[in-house]
Design a protein around this ligand. Structure first.
Ligand SMILES: [Zn+2]
Length: 140
C-alpha cells in the first residue's frame, strides 16, 4: 500500500464516520463507529509495517546489486571489473561491505650476495591493509 492508497483508505473511513453521524439509531452508530476505529488502527499498523518492509526491500535490492558488481580474485575482491583497486575480502564476506584496501608497502626486490659468485634475489610483495577490520594482505 502506497502513501496515496493509505490516504484514500483513511479518507473513506472519515467519510463513513460523517455518514454515520447523520444516522438516528445511536446504538448501531456507536457499534459501527467502534468497528471503523478498529479498522483505522489496523490500517495504520499495516501501513507502518509496509513502510518497514519497503525499507528492508530497498536494502536487499542494493545488496544484490552490489554483489553483482563484486568479483573475487586471489586474496581480494574487486568492483566493476576494475582489477587495479582491491577491496577487503574479509569485510565483503563478513559484512557485505566494500572497503578499499590501503597499500602499506610497495613491491620491491633486493639482490643479496650469499657468497662470492652466488647471489640471491629477494622479492618483497606489496602489502595491503584494510582500514576497517585491520586485516593485512600480501599482494597477489
Ligand atoms: Zn576489512
Amino acid at each position: 500500500m502506497t502513501g496515496a492508497e493509505f490516504g484514500l483508505a483513511l479518507t473513506a473511513l472519515k467519510e463513513l464516520k460523517t455518514l454515520l453521524e447523520k444516522n438516528k439509531d445511536k446504538a448501531i452508530v456507536g457499534e459501527i463507529f467502534g468497528r471503523v476505529n478498529e479498522i483505522q488502527i489496523q490500517l495504520t499498523e499495516l501501513h507502518s509495517r509496509h513502510l518497514e518492509i519497503q525499507i528492508d526491500n530497498e536494502r536487499l535490492k542494493k545488496s544484490v546489486d552490489l554483489s553483482l558488481r563484486v568479483t573475487p580474485k586471489g586474496s581480494f575482491v574487486y568492483l566493476d571489473g576494475n582489477f587495479e583497486k582491491p577491496f577487503c575480502e574479509h569485510c565483503w564476506y563478513a559484512n557485505a561491505k566494500t572497503i578499499p584496501l590501503i597499500k602499506d608497502e610497495e613491491e620491491d626486490y633486493s639482490v643479496e650476495t650469499i657468497s662470492p659468485g652466488t647471489k640471491r634475489l629477494n622479492i618483497y610483495r606489496a602489502t595491503y591493509e584494510c582500514p576497517a577490520c585491520k586485516v593485512i594482505y600480501d599482494g597477489e
